[in-house]
Design a binder for this molecule. Structure first.
Ligand SMILES: N[C@@H](CCC(=O)N[C@@H](CS)C(=O)NCC(=O)O)C(=O)O
Length: 206
């Protein structure tokens, strides 16, 4: 299986972490999205969205990072990352939908305004966008923090695909200046994730 990714993409980090934890060796290829490689006709044939990540397994091309981690878990001989009971499996999907629809868009405002704009020479962060971002961020950080106050991991009592899908956006917590003050349970959970060899080996600087 081949993964097209960019080392700085928190979405693309999910399948890399999942593969490392599942013991799946992936062939990898960097797509330089900053140089427009995501828009090349060859890449658009694999992923019409022109984004990373994309997984190719034979004649099957799969995009959307949460779908990719689900697929990787089906390929592993023994996946402790997906508990066997139906409720836990659906609970994982619930967190993955939440990540796509709510958490990543809130984090994305800070990544764009405080990190990407300067890389792309698009000027200063927009104060009104940051204000809107704060509103969105606090709504979802509160949900995550309250859940983690009662549970060490997002689903069940062990690391699962849910944690692997939700945590990577936090790789930009400092540089994108997420307003994380006071969300101590998110901090403690993320500390555990950052100690995983699979997190360390997938760092953009690794
Ligand atoms: N919902 C998608 C988001 C993927 C995404 O937005 N990737 C960004 C990098 S973090 C990208 O490739 N951007 C390039 C572009 O939009 O042209 C997923 O989960 O895979």
């Amino acid at each position: 299986m081949k993964l097209y990714f960019h080392p700085a993409s928190h979405f693309a980090r999910k399948p890399r972490i999942a593969a490392a934890l599942l013991g799946i060796e992936l062939e990898t290829q960097v797509v330089d999205i900053f140089a427009g490689e995501g828009q090349s006709p060859e890449y658009l044939r694999l992923n019409p969205q022109g984004k990373v990540p994309t997984l190719v397994d034979g004649d099957f091309s799969l995009w959307e990072s949460n779908a990719i981690v689900q697929y990787l878990a089906t390929r592993a001989a023994d996946s402790a990352l997906v508990p066997p009971d139906d409720r836990s499996r659906v609970d994982i999907q619930r967190w993955q939908f939440w990540e796509s629809t709510t958490w990543a868009p809130a984090c994305g405002i800070f990544i764009y305004e405080n990190v990407l704009k300067s890389i792309l020479n698009r000027g200063e962060a927009d104060a009104e966008e940051i204000r809107k971002g704060e509103e969105k961020f606090h709504r979802c950080a509160k949900v995550l923090n309250e859940h983690l106050a009662k549970h060490p991991w997002l689903v069940g009592d062990a690391l699962s695909l849910a944690d692997i899908s939700v945590a990577p956006a936090l790789m930009y917590a400092d540089s994108a200046r997420y307003p994380l003050e006071g969300y101590d349970h998110i901090g403690a959970w993320f500390d555990q994730i950052q100690q995983l060899p699979a997190w360390i080996s997938t760092s953009p600087s690794a």
